[in-house]
Design a protein around this ligand. Structure first.
Ligand SMILES: C=CC1=C(C)c2cc3[nH]c(cc4nc(cc5[nH]c(cc1n2)c(C)c5CCC(=O)O)C(CCC(=O)O)=C4C)c(C)c3C=C
Ligand SMILES: [Fe+2]
Ligand SMILES: [Fe+2]
Length: 337
């Protein structure tokens, strides 16, 4: 039921809001950014310095992470896709950790007259440390705006198609260049162990926020994405899964780590690995530094050549997935009427 009728050909009542991590423009802004990431808790100076160093090695020009620009491009591509239908919809983008902040964007939506919004995180696997925090930021400012907040889309078929398209191409290329097996190492960002433990197991440890009962779905969600992608590329002979980029904040983070997985593969005589991250939808420091520099160097030290498929970035299949999810979200709001 299209409800068009506003300025610029958009429905002023209904809109889409994409939520993303965000990243600053310059290396000098990183201390402020990190305070946002860890919700104001103090972070040791040597950790801040190390992160600044990593950012200084990535991007074009160096030190400029492409994350915010690519997230904006993904939002624009979605808006263009939605404009092809009989209900063009404005797509807003809000960031948790950098400008444009979620709070400011939601306020803007209300000022623009948006009454209903489909909200989708550019993070398909649901965790209280990512999606949970994004959700909180939206609800704090939503007022009377009706929201369909998508908690997770880890096994969305069009997302799997998008990753599989990139993976298939890279796998064929690497297979043609090396002798022997080429296992695929799927990865997703690690989270602190306390995040995925049931609440009762956390006694005596710092409380994770937002407080939420029950187990965190993140680890299962991440493996599920790997499964649905692997199903679509049957030429893969062998695949494994690891959690990458364990953080510098205190306490254990979930594994297996990429490093220990590569060590195991080297012991099995593997000489080439294709690493496919399935939690990140575009290039940023965890891909351009952690994978392209740190894991590649680590693998080389074990006699392994490590490659990765191109990130989704502006993938048309990803845009299709987001369009489908946006339409489904708005449809659910109609049926709640
Ligand atoms: C589901 C979990 C997480 C995803 C996905 C994720 C993506 C992501 N992270 C960064 C950059 C940083 N994250 C940092 C800390 C951090 N990240 C997560 C979880 C996910 N991140 C957690 C739980 C934490 C710790 C938070 C805390 O309160 O301590 C940091 C800080 C330095 C560090 O600890 O490593 C950075 C920087 C990006 C760019 C990104 C994907 C877009
Ligand atoms: Fe993070
Ligand atoms: Fe990280």
């Amino acid at each position: 039921m299209p409800r068009v009728g506003g300025t610029g050909g958009f429905s002023v009542k209904r809109a889409v809001l994409l939520l993303a991590h965000g990243t600053p423009e310059t290396v000098a802004e990183i201390p402020e950014y990190l305070r946002n990431v860890v919700s104001g808790r103090p972070m040791p100076q040597h950790v801040v310095g190390e992160i600044q160093h990593r950012y200084s090695l990535i991007g074009e020009p160096k030190g400029h992470s492409p994350l915010t620009d690519l997230s904006m491009e993904q939002a624009q591509l979605l808006e263009m896709e939605l404009a092809k239908s009989d209900e063009p919809l404005k797509v807003y983008l809000g960031m948790r950790n950098w400008r444009p902040y979620i709070a400011d964007v939601v306020k803007q939506m209300r000022a623009d007259g948006v009454e209903e919004a489909a909200v989708i995180c550019l993070a398909p696997q649901n965790s209280r440390t990512s999606v949970g925090l994004y959700r909180r930021a939206v609800l704090a400012e939503a007022g009377g705006m009706r929201i369909d907040f998508l908690e997770g889309w880890a096994d969305e078929p069009l997302l799997a198609d998008a990753f599989a398209e990139r993976l298939r191409t890279a796998y064929a290329k690497l297979k043609a260049q090396v002798d022997g097996p080429v296992p695929v190492l799927f990865t997703a960002h690690s989270v602190p162990t306390r995040t995925v433990q049931p609440q009762e197991a956390q006694e005596g440890q710092p409380k994770m926020w937002p407080a939420a009962a029950g187990p965190d779905p993140y680890a299962d969600d991440a493996r599920r994405t790997a499964e649905v992608v692997a199903e679509r590329v049957p030429e893969i002979e062998h695949w494994v899964f690891a959690f990458q980029s364990q953080g510098a904040s205190g306490g254990p983070w979930i594994g297996p780590t990429v490093e220990e997985t590569l060590t195991g593969l080297a012991a099995d005589g593997v000489k080439a690995v294709l690493l496919q991250p399935v939690g990140f939808l575009c290039d940023h420091v965890e891909i351009l530094y952690d994978i392209d520099i740190a894991f590649r160097e680590y693998a080389a030290g074990k006699g392994i050549r490590l490659e990765r498929p191109e990130s989704l970035n502006g993938s048309p299949l990803l845009t299709k997935a987001l369009e489908k999810l946006a339409r489904q979200g708005l449809e659910r709001l109609v049926h709640q009427d």
